[in-house]
Design a protein around this ligand. Sequence first.
Ligand SMILES: NC(=O)C1=CN([C@@H]2O[C@H](COP(=O)(O)OP(=O)(O)OC[C@H]3O[C@@H](n4cnc5c(N)ncnc54)[C@H](OP(=O)(O)O)[C@@H]3O)[C@@H](O)[C@H]2O)C=CC1
Ligand SMILES: CCCCCCCCCCCCCCCC(=O)[C@@H](N)CO
Length: 324
Amino acid sequence: MAALSFLSLVALLLLPALLLLLSIIVRPRPVRIPLKNRHVFITGGSSGIGLALAHRAAAEGARVSILARSQDKLKEAREAIRLATGIDVATFSADVRDFDALRQVAKEAEPVDVLVVNHGVFVAEELAKQELEVVRFIIDVNLIGSFNMIKAFLPAMKARTDRRPASIALMSSQAGQVGIYGYAAYSASKFGLQGLAEALQQEIIADDIHVSLVFPPDTDTPGLVEENKRRPPLTSIIAASSSAMKADEVAEKTLNGIKSGSFIVICNFVGYLLAISTGGISPQRSYVMAFVEVVSAGIVRLACLFFQWSWYSSIENWHSQSKQ
Ligand SMILES: NC(=O)C1=CN([C@@H]2O[C@H](COP(=O)(O)OP(=O)(O)OC[C@H]3O[C@@H](n4cnc5c(N)ncnc54)[C@H](OP(=O)(O)O)[C@@H]3O)[C@@H](O)[C@H]2O)C=CC1
Ligand SMILES: CCCCCCCCCCCCCCCC(=O)[C@@H](N)CO
């Protein structure tokens, strides 16, 4: 009884003190980034998550531009958005691997207030089977392509005359928080975005530009349909630990994350567990989330170990079955 009341006293005093402390120290400070009447530029905006983002941003009153390689898909996307919202988006055809082409696009499109670096390619395959050419392709498009986009667009974003806060959002994946069977190259390309995002945020905070890093689970898109045709079964089994989402749901989370300046954008329940367990030393603007992280870190680590346990059991079972 005495122990119990002592514990509740500690909780009563310490937890609010912790909350207060966190509300003072969280950095960068909270920010709101308006979308209405601002220029939102989305790579990979002709399909899947990028297309859903373009729809939503247009419906919220932003001026929207989309970039991808295929002219045909861009045209189709433009028509679909016009049909649904009555709004015209600007389209740019370029390969994110071609820096000179991106510089040209940037010149035409500027000024951009919200840059959403969403394009991406994925080929799920065991590394032993995956050609190095495919590995290079994934890293080139997902990681180097993101550098190319930022290098091409950042100078004008820094020099913008609209002094309201601006944003650069990067589309990662939950496979960018934890390495998953079949995703050696893909996970590496997405983990790379985290280092880029953390360093970049420190460099451009003084320009009032705010970085968001988005972590979706499997999302129903044309890209996923293509990937599923040859995905190793173990990739699907492990990825199923996190429930799949619709492209529009991910787009909604992403835009809300951008508007609230969240550094880490969480998409589903498992996303909370992943964000807490990989929080490490990444920036956190919300003192409430910071509080949840500090208080639950240990127990969430335990849950993670259970997930690893179940994944390795699946892998063991798979191998023992395929030997029979
Ligand atoms: N779907 C999913 O399960 C998940 C996806 N993600 C991430 O979300 C993002 C979008 O995925 P999703 O919507 O499924 O993808 P889709 O395959 O449906 O669309 C990809 C988009 O990127 C464009 N793109 C691809 N390569 C290039 C390139 N080299 N240069 C310019 N544009 C390019 C495509 O157009 P085009 O081919 O014409 O160039 C298309 O517009 C990716 O970064 C992906 O990694 C994250 C977690 C889960
Ligand atoms: C307590 C801690 C909880 C840990 C649970 C972790 C669950 C991880 C599931 C990872 C799913 C990865 C999906 C990748 C989707 C993707 O990017 C591809 N479809 C390519 O587009």
